[in-house]
Design a protein around this ligand. Structure first.
Ligand code: FE2
Length: 420
């Protein structure tokens, strides 16, 4: 369905220079599943070794301007990729139906780890593909019938909520849930001091004050490497904002709309941090986010901010509920025990915590490079979910991460302050 949003000729385009062209992903999803489950876990034979290698992996190069495709001249034609993908899918489905995919003590199939890994890998790519589609020219996309963004409403006022000191659970032991990635294990708890957190995500209305106050021209608010980045890249406003005859517009998935003041702003970590500093506040740590989202006054922790019920549409903007954000605070049924809104859904939330493994971290055998390749101090933890996050990924321990200067993701933030 996601590939069907694009016309045929889009497959060779590369909407984000740091990512492969679109054709890569048509091959990558089936190839990753096939390589992981059929070849590695079950010891099955190859379909086409060249394509299995070509489509195995390709994300997140360190240096701007060095595309993962550099040195790769000429991708296979779409028919060749589709024939390979169809065969890979066929063999994966056959394995799921007929092979013994859950084998206690097996390196890759204990608790069916490799199978969960390919399912969640694909769900996560659905979101990263949508970030890419977002950058394509609006008139190059095929709009789903009947879709219109929900841009109405004024922004909620800024309110601060006190969360008392307490304990937050960040990780889980392997075995406590059906599946978790290696970076979610083992169990870890953290003592969190009392803090005050914004009830709502920072909206476009609030961020506009920072822009209008010259925030992007004032070095005081920016960490040195963030300042160097915005100067070098000429960044003067959020990437999702576009100026049109002196007025701000939001570049949505299928629409360019007058800036919806009530929507959460989507920005890079660098911009979120600068705003927070300007405001005399800071970004929450991962532990503070956990406490605000899943903690309760009686000390118990919940499965979701709203409680233990399964995630449903009334709780927030996730699971492809919308192609764009919705007004902040429009899903009060999803608020946390403290009354904080939209912690899961409507945009991932930047934290101040560098991405790393919890003490006792072990790379997972089915996908050993999944997390450990990014424990480099350049990546920061995001929590929550965006409109394009599949419901299977909504669990308290799930962690997402990106570089501080990567502006393409559906990521917002809120500020916290110490309570003295
Ligand atoms: Fe991947």
């Amino acid at each position: 369905m996601l590939f069907d949003l694009l016309p045929e000729e889009a497959s060779s385009s590369q909407p984000i220079a740091l990512r492969h062209p679109i054709i890569f992903y048509e091959g990558h999803l089936p190839a990753f599943s096939f390589n992981t489950v059929v070849k590695r876990a079950l010891g099955g034979g190859s379909i086409d070794e060249r394509l299995e290698e070509l489509f195995a992996r390709g994300i997140d190069p360190a240096v701007a301007g060095s595309s993962p495709s550099d040195g790769q001249t000429g991708w296979p034609g779409r028919d060749e990729v589709r024939a390979f993908s169809a065969e890979a899918d066929r063999r994966v489905l056959h394995a799921l139906e007929h092979e013994d995919i859950e084998r206690p003590g097996h390196a890759l199939l204990d608790r069916a780890e490799a199978v969960f890994a390919i399912l969640e890998h694909e769900a996560m790519h659905q979101e990263t593909l949508l970030y890419m589609w977002h950058r394509l020219p609006i008139d190059h996309k095929i709009r789903p019938i009947g879709y219109a963004p929900r841009a109405a409403g004024s922004a909620p006022s800024v309110e601060w909520i006190d969360v008392p000191e307490g304990r937050a659970t960040l990780g889980m032991d392997r075995g406590a849930m059906a599946f978790g990635w290696d970076n979610e294990c083992p169990a870890r708890t953290s003592d969190v001091d009392a803090f005050s957190i914004e009830r709502h995500d920072v909206t476009n209305a609030a961020f506009l004050e920072f822009v209008d106050a010259g925030g992007y021209q004032d070095e005081r608010w920016w960490a040195p490497d963030d300042w160097a980045w915005i100067r070098a890249a000429g960044v003067g406003h959020p990437l999702f904002w576009e100026e049109n005859e002196g007025r701000w517009a939001w570049r949505g998935m299928f629409d360019r709309v007058p800036l919806p003041l009530s929507w959460p702003v989507y920005v890079s970590h660098a911009e979120a941090s600068a705003f927070a500093r300007w405001r005399g506040a800071r970004l929450p740590s991962e532990a503070e986010f956990q406490r605000a989202a899943f903690g309760t006054p009686d000390g118990r922790e919940r499965r979701h901010p709203w409680g233990d019920e399964d995630a449903a549409a009334l709780h927030g903007v996730f699971d492809f509920a919308s192609w764009d954000p919705e007004p902040a605070g429009s899903h009060p049924a999803g608020q946390s025990a403290w009354g904080v809104h939209d912690l899961v859904g409507n945009g991932w939330e930047w934290t101040s915590t560098p991405f790393s493994g919890f003490p006792g971290f072990q790379p997972m055998p089915s996908y050993p490079e999944y997390s450990a390749d990014f424990f480099d101090g350049d990546h920061v933890v995001m929590k929550g979910a965006s409109p394009a996050t599949a419901r299977e990924l909504l669990r308290p321990t799930f962690r997402n991460w990106f570089r501080k200067h990567y502006p393409y993701v559906y990521a917002t933030f809120r500020c916290v302050r110490d309570i003295r």
